[in-house]
Write a protein that binds this ligand. Sequence first.
Ligand SMILES: [Zn+2]
Length: 116
Amino acid sequence: MTCREAERLVLPFIHYELDDETAAQFLEHVEHCADCREELEIYYTVEEGIRQLDDENTDISDIKGAMEEDIMASRQRLYTIRLMNIVRYAADTLIVMGVTVMLLLQFRLWWQNGIF
Ligand SMILES: [Zn+2]
């Protein structure tokens, strides 16, 4: 992902509008690109500031902490989704292997009984 693409995704990311794949690529980029991370922090601070203006109880000083938390939550969610996909893939593989073994054993039984 280029910086141009990442910059375009900053606001959608803050508004939770990105699909999982794009969000993963975006997080990957801002993790390694200081410029885009700064961009994200600026936008996040502005957005969060506006959101918290009406709410006097919220602590405005910890916006960066809130952003880190948001990023962590996103990353956690994406990690869980990836893990679920791996588990599903493993389960699918096991099912296919199980059915194959069952069929082979069945064929062997038929063969032993002289059906083939
Ligand atoms: Zn960048």
